[in-house]
Design a protein around this ligand. Sequence first.
Ligand SMILES: Cc1cc2nc3c(=O)[nH]c(=O)nc-3n(C[C@H](O)[C@H](O)[C@H](O)COP(=O)(O)OP(=O)(O)OC[C@H]3O[C@@H](n4cnc5c(N)ncnc54)[C@H](O)[C@@H]3O)c2cc1C
Ligand SMILES: *[C@@H]1O[C@H](CO)[C@@H](O)[C@H](O)[C@H]1NC(C)=O
Ligand SMILES: *[C@@H]1O[C@H](CO)[C@@H](O)[C@H](O)[C@H]1NC(C)=O
Ligand SMILES: *[C@@H]1O[C@H](CO)[C@@H](O)[C@H](O)[C@H]1NC(C)=O
Ligand SMILES: *[C@@H]1O[C@H](CO)[C@@H](O)[C@H](O)[C@H]1NC(C)=O
Ligand SMILES: *[C@@H]1O[C@H](CO)[C@@H](O)[C@H](O)[C@H]1NC(C)=O
Ligand SMILES: *[C@@H]1O[C@H](CO)[C@@H](O)[C@H](O)[C@H]1NC(C)=O
Ligand SMILES: *[C@@H]1O[C@H](CO)[C@@H](O)[C@H](O)[C@H]1NC(C)=O
Length: 640
Amino acid sequence: MAPLLPALLLASSLLSIPSQARILFPFEQRQLTKEYIASLSEEDQALFGFDDELSTLAVNTTDKRCRFGPADGKWPAEKAWAKFSKQLSTDSALIKTTPQASVCYGTAKDDAKCQDLTKSWNNSYTHIDDPTEVLSPIYQGLTCQPPSIYNSGSCTLGGYPSYVVKAADVLDIQLGINFARNGYLRLIVKNTGHDFGGKSTGAGALSIWTHGLKDIQFLDNYADGSYKGPAVKAGAGVQAFDLYKAANGKGLVVVGGEGQTVGIMGGYIQGGGHSPLSSLYGMAADHVLGFEVVTPTGEFLTANSTSNPDLFFALRGGGGGTFGVVTSVTIKAFKDLPVTAASWSFDSTKLTKDKFWAAAKAVLDRSTDYVDSGVYTYFIVAPGATGKDFTFTMQPFFAPNKTTAGLNTILAPLQSQLTALNIPFSPKITEYKGFYPAWQAEFSLETQSDVQTAFGSRLFPRSNFASETGRNVTFSALRQTVEAGMPIIGFNLAPTLARGGNPDNAVNPAWRTAVLHAITGQRWDVKASASDIRAARTSFTNGTMKRWRDVTPGSGSYLNEADRLEPNWQQSFWGDKYAKLAQIKKEWDPKDVFWAANAVGSEGWVVESVDGLPNENGKLCKVNGTKTAVVEKDKFIRVV
Ligand SMILES: Cc1cc2nc3c(=O)[nH]c(=O)nc-3n(C[C@H](O)[C@H](O)[C@H](O)COP(=O)(O)OP(=O)(O)OC[C@H]3O[C@@H](n4cnc5c(N)ncnc54)[C@H](O)[C@@H]3O)c2cc1C
Ligand SMILES: *[C@@H]1O[C@H](CO)[C@@H](O)[C@H](O)[C@H]1NC(C)=O
Ligand SMILES: *[C@@H]1O[C@H](CO)[C@@H](O)[C@H](O)[C@H]1NC(C)=O
Ligand SMILES: *[C@@H]1O[C@H](CO)[C@@H](O)[C@H](O)[C@H]1NC(C)=O
Ligand SMILES: *[C@@H]1O[C@H](CO)[C@@H](O)[C@H](O)[C@H]1NC(C)=O
Ligand SMILES: *[C@@H]1O[C@H](CO)[C@@H](O)[C@H](O)[C@H]1NC(C)=O
Ligand SMILES: *[C@@H]1O[C@H](CO)[C@@H](O)[C@H](O)[C@H]1NC(C)=O
Ligand SMILES: *[C@@H]1O[C@H](CO)[C@@H](O)[C@H](O)[C@H]1NC(C)=O
């Protein structure tokens, strides 16, 4: 067989002749070059140089147990920060963190400003458009919130990063990565801050903020393998509302999130990305044609089917903040389609409790039928204020490519069952000409910034709904959660590409058999002590969520909307793809320049939080209990 090998290799390389030239946005054309680094003084080369040309500072292992923080002697001097600032695209690109709510405390106190801020605190834009704020502030450590929302007592940086690079070009990102890596600093990436687990914040870190990278370009005839058709290349900062609007202008749709403000080309798509179009088109990551990315060494390259295919695999579902900083993503676009949506609700105070649960069960029992018709649902089952009454709100039951008649056909069996149960059912049905107006009208802006809740989620497989016993067991687990006082946010979808199979990417295999993704949350008193919070979280993760896991053995959870304390998260988020992902992480980032909680390859480090709670308010340090991790790190330290 040996002589055949070169011929085979030749044939496959001929097949994969690059289809198009590298297309870069203007902001991607401004790059850091090796020639420029070579022109710097030795001292500056040590600050800004790429990994491969560096004789790193010889720091001993003991010193390197934790990433250097502002209180350490090894933290860059003011002079080094000033030099860093000078290298960046503009004078204002380097931002020293000032938490927004500092206007509520201490010397910066300004009552009027604090009051205004408090009023807009539950508006997600307040946080998204800020360099350091995140939408799940419990993971920042709640060290600077408006006092009427959470009394922090004072305003300290806590789990906020120390500095932010407001990235305007690839050069800024390369400099940021190099400066952090060379200085042994913690590095984080923030786009919108939507992450459920605090992955876009971190104490003492240098943050790269990608929110401003908003370029969008349509490519009419993209060719890659069997795909020939329209594509859109979008900057890392592009959000759902930007992208859908632009696509609509071209008579196209793209697979993106339901959430209005989610950063589609950041954590969303790198984590997989579920979409109102998922039951027709699969996950958002399934449609990526290529990424432009700055890697942990500072190098800027393309990851697509023919260039760096292993990185391309990992970036499509392997999670954000792990393999590099993506600067833009090129995805397939599709012809726009009409949409019909329905919405309805049930209320136990109007129906009686038995009828209420019968109605909710009738809806959920048909999960498989909906998704097989291309439908995506978004529903909430919630206890009322007293915990004794319940509401079920379907908003929306989203049917792309369906007319009212088509939607009524899908709902007919439900309608007749509810009629037989004597439960009134008259959904509000609206037909839309295209995806954009349907999405705008049907999905409302979700509020975030909850200071007293931990969330978790589970993917419920098709097999759970295949038998009456399965449906009963599944429903009981969900009902029990709501009766215990916790709301459920549910999504029916089947992100399996009906035509052409599922692409070979890093999307959680559990998604491919799922027909329901459900989220719930455990709330605690706003004044709860750290030990009360720990107890609440244990009862949530090992109680409530265990009951969901018990009825879905072998399935998993969606990493982008998961419990930060998810047990066995490697299996849960990536199933049998984890080993390959961990290998890719090791190859591309052997120094763990990128680290995020429960990200691929994150096992060797832990945030030593000041209050012992799972959050980002503490130093990022090597796990010293496990021998293998320490040995591995020792090895790399000797190498540099
Ligand atoms: C209100 C709301 C609605 C949501 N709706 C949906 C939905 O419809 N469908 C769905 O699938 N999910 C949804 N999510 C979950 C969402 O996908 C995740 O929160 C996701 O992490 C958001 O990515 P981001 O870049 O906007 O957020 P960020 O918090 O800024 O980033 C998330 C993670 O990605 C990393 N990251 C961001 N940008 C880059 C980059 N350019 N390169 C490398 N790493 C990067 C960050 O470091 C972090 O680890 C929603 C979340 C919220 C809060
Ligand atoms: C992958 O990227 C390279 C470099 O940008 C490019 O030359 C090539 O055409 C791309 N491959 C495909 C299939 O588009
Ligand atoms: C390593 O660092 C520790 C802590 O700062 C110090 O005590 C020790 O002497 C150093 N070892 C060497 C070989 O420099
Ligand atoms: C935000 O909170 C205020 C009360 O502080 C409330 O009136 C308002 O409805 C909330 N806004 C949203 C979008 O939930
Ligand atoms: C939409 O429906 C039409 C027929 O009504 C069908 O030909 C087309 O393939 C459907 N589109 C998708 C994306 O399913
Ligand atoms: C399922 O639950 C219903 C009540 O909701 C009950 O009537 C039925 O007997 C149960 N079936 C099985 C197989 O457990
Ligand atoms: C859940 O239980 C396991 C095993 O006892 C334990 O290791 C873990 O810390 C618990 N999780 C939480 C959130 O308490
Ligand atoms: C591990 O780190 C902890 C916290 O810093 C420290 O107390 C402990 O002694 C360390 N253990 C070992 C074996 O180094």
